[in-house]
Design a binder for this molecule. Sequence first.
Ligand SMILES: [Zn+2]
Length: 291
Amino acid sequence: MPPFSTWLQIVCLVTSAGIGFRLASAEEITHSEQSPVNIGTADVVWQPTWPMIDFYYATNADLTVENINAPSVEGSVRAIVNTPSMLNFAADTYNLLQFHFHQSAEHAIDGHLAAMELHFVNQKQGSTGNNDLLIVSLLIEIGAVDNLLLAPIFSSLGSIPNPSDSFTLSSFNIATLLPDDQRVFRYTGSLTTPPYSEHENWNIFAGAPLLISQGQFDAFKALFPQGNARDLQPLDGRVVALVPEPSSFGLIGGVWGVLLIAVWRRRCRPDMVVSGGVPQATLVPVGITRS
Ligand SMILES: [Zn+2]
């Protein structure tokens, strides 16, 4: 009977091989992986064992908010994140480079386009250019009141009317923008602006959208009266997965499954030292990309 550590190594190898197979399969679709896409909820495939994203975004970030080529439909308002913010995914650590907005949304859910979409652009540590991006998307709809978390950005949009205009913010709470419901639709796609680089890992939150006020929506529209969303692109055989939040593991693996996954996550990430629940990782300077 092999010792427990041997069984654990086998589990690590099998699990890693599974992740590698998915990535290899995605690599094969090299000519038709464009974004955004319509996500038909009847066609998504539930993937209960796929890795979740662990977010360690800052609650007090320093930002540089820039007007990128307004009113071009390929422009945006981009917040460069100057304070370390990161996420862990499948044994890798990604840095949050920047986040930006589109109006309308770019991804559709069952044919519906939300009012806006927020893209968090993350890049695997050590990668450069447009390589190894993981984009987290949050859909935005219009509600009754101002979104106070986004207010520091949206209330100052009038101060950056021209391309390259910018302003700085301090103590911006990025982490609280993330929803409690962290189920995501995941698929392999591309940047939605030139050069439309492919092989990007898209994760669109599947729960309730973020809400902003009509006034905040109008402030953005004043910069981009024609909108700044790319047209929907064909899936061309790609399958969109629905990845549940960690609590859903209990439905398939029970308590032992949860324990095994927890041990695997610690053993399979020798480069990460968890202290007080916050990963201690080395940040590597990387280029700034938008999608
Ligand atoms: Zn984008």
